[in-house]
Design a protein around this ligand. Sequence first.
Ligand code: UDP
Ligand code: MG
Length: 310
Amino acid sequence: MMDLALSIVVPVYNEEVNIEPLLARIADVLPGLPAPHEVIVVDDGSRDATIAKLRSVKKNYPWLKIVELRRNFGQHSATYAGFDLARGAIVVTLDGDLQNDPADIAKLLEKMKEGYEIVCGWRSNRKDPFFSRKLPSLIVNWLIGSDAPTPIHDYGCFLRAYTNQTAKELSQFSTSRGWFPVLFAKLGFRVGEVAVSHHERRGGEQSKHNFFRRMDQFMSVFLGARAKPFQFVQIIGATGLGLGGLGLLAAIAWGLSGGDSRSLMLGLVSLGLNLWGFLTAVVGTVGEYLVGMNYEIGRHPKYLVRAIHE
Ligand code: UDP
Ligand code: MG
């Protein structure tokens, strides 16, 4: 059903302190946005008072729809729950911690008029730590962008607009581990971007994604980039073999010109170490594929809805 002009989808996990300011900010900008509209807040199995907060303010906001998931499925799965229910011709996604500014939604919608199926926000002035956040993003943007016909700057900005059809297609096509920017290029969507503002997280912990979740996202980008993981492994392996071989040759030459057994040992050890690294990397990569496949064969749902409060 697509009887509305706009759906705003916000996944939230343990955001009790942010719910009220978030909805107030959205309420500020909604009058200037296409109507009729709905705001779907998906509670991704929060363990704090997020759901209670949402239900207590529900009566103030007729456009608010609360989707309660059974447990924590992750930001992207929670977003798919929103996509599947979205009734708006355009679907906008937004972080629940107000790092994205709802005032930028109008910019995305304006850009959509140029015929894009997805318009991504670009955090040209990003407020996140460098080493833990921005540096990994550089790698991720490069990995995804190198597969895309028209790469964009920022695949990690969650503030985006989609046509309803695109949102539904992403949901159908994705896997339960999926981190969907990887699919933008693969599915051949017309993707555009606009610069948006970015703020410090307002409250709650710095990030709701733990290290392993991030690693999972990174691996789905890495493995989603087709041949690249294997090319990396090949380069690592070739480098290891090359260095080990050189070390070995040097050690032999040293031995022939009167060196002692330590030089030979050094060469052998370096060769062994590099081979070990090579094999470990191969096993790790193949293992990643197997884990991913195993998960899909199990047909795990991307999410389960406990209740919808309209
Ligand atoms: N989030 C979620 N499920 C999770 C982790 C995060 O729904 O398992 C939500 C979170 O509440 C926030 C958005 O996803 O609204 C982005 O999360 P966060 O701010 O932690 O990510 P970051 O800004 O660090 O990328
Ligand atoms: Mg955040």
